[in-house]
Design a protein around this ligand. Sequence first.
Ligand code: CU
Length: 523
Amino acid sequence: MTRRTFVRHATYLTALASRSASAAPALNPNLLAKFVDPLPIPEVAKPTGMRAAPSHPSTKLPYYRVPMRQIECKLHRDLPAARLWCYGSSSPGPTFETRAGQPLLIEWPNELPGKHFLPIDHTLHGAETDTPEVRGIVHVHGAKAPPESDGYPEDWYVPGKSRTYFYPNAQEAAALWYHDHAMGINRLNIYAGMFGLFLIRDDFEDALNLPKGAFEVPLVIYDRLLKQDGQLDYPVSGDPARPWVPEVFGDVMVANGKAFPFLNVEPRKYRFRVLNASNGRFLHLALSNEQKFHQIGTDQGLLPAPVLLERSLLAPGERADWIVDFTGRAGEQIVLNNDSFQVMQFRVGQTKSPDTSLLPATLRPVPKIPESAAVKTRPLALIEQMTMKGESMSMLLNNTPWHMPVTENPVLDSVEIWSFINTTDDSHPIHLHLVRFQILDRRRFEPFFYQNTGEVRYTGPVTPPAPEEAGWKDTVRADPRMVTRIIVRFEGYLGRYVWHCHVLEHEDNEMMRPYEVIAAAIR
Ligand SMILES: [Cu+2]
């Protein structure tokens, strides 16, 4: 048993202990009826009018208003309604349907109540006792947005306040998503339900004639712990002064806001826009009939060509664009599984509307950025700090806590290689704001030698990214005891952004750093 496996196990036991001590007992998910709720499809956000563009007041842009709110919503037919926090009136919030090159404005008013309902750890940076309990700030994950609209974690605001953000959408078709990013409580706000999809479309994608309309379905998948009264349960450590836990793993799989839902499908091709919105669970998704499916896109858009898969691995924050063909499966009931957990069920009906959609042999070229284009390589160590008792204390990027001065300062439009040297026993999904990047490779190394000498000694071969990762990415798995290299062109805007681990418990405990895109002259 590795230390991490032990901690996972210990966390689970702690969770059970804390859960049985809480007001309502823990829910045994095996007692919940499976596949009794239809898969909800989040509504599409509608603009409420036109407003002046920030830099060109004569240009009017579509204006959306989507408040952060508390709602009551049943996560399953047989459970009482759960208290959730969300955007608009559902969790996931409304899906934004946007076009490349068509900018828009979104106002995100904070209409949350004055008290948090999940366990805040006041020892975490940014969540001290003199900081308001309830804070929100929205980040559109994967958006090439100016820094003042990116949702910097310290730009949070309290109930009664609001922000209007400008999204230029000057980027290729992709499935982005929006979620909370408030410093020190991000994991709690997202667990409470604060996320939704933000789809960008463009003419290139339209011309491919992929399945669309009712045959293109968002699948936002995440795990939760629930109590018997239907409420969310967020585990705590044994120390009331420091309730933070290093990871959260739920035993109830939720898709689009329902536990174990079903979807009626026709025997034809479907496109699924899959997002792993879990706090810490890595998804390994497969169909119960061992049917293969194609992945056509990743975080930042289409792959060069479809990749045939029988299993799809998605770290928290990652997206996959799938084509699943139910042709010839009329009458079958197919379960989407995540390891040993059931997620949802597809019920294939008998009738089929004409399917004129295509699965093209080639999709969108992804021109490789040559390594020779890089002006700088940054070795960035991923570190887990332990207490004397061997418990996780905090996680660090580049061995540097959040509050220290910026160390990553790429020049606008320059290319850099970032080399994540993961000394820990965990896989960390690393996300850079603002940019898209390509994965170069992964390679095993000796963590102990590195920690003693600062030198990377490789012990394995260079492994290229899997075919389904070989497109434009914004989140990459930095696997344990591996050096993972990405190549990035820092396009878009000057200014302050962040990069962080997308395991939310890590992110909230120092595994996030500012970075700054600078002009060449001031370097
Ligand atoms: Cu991490």
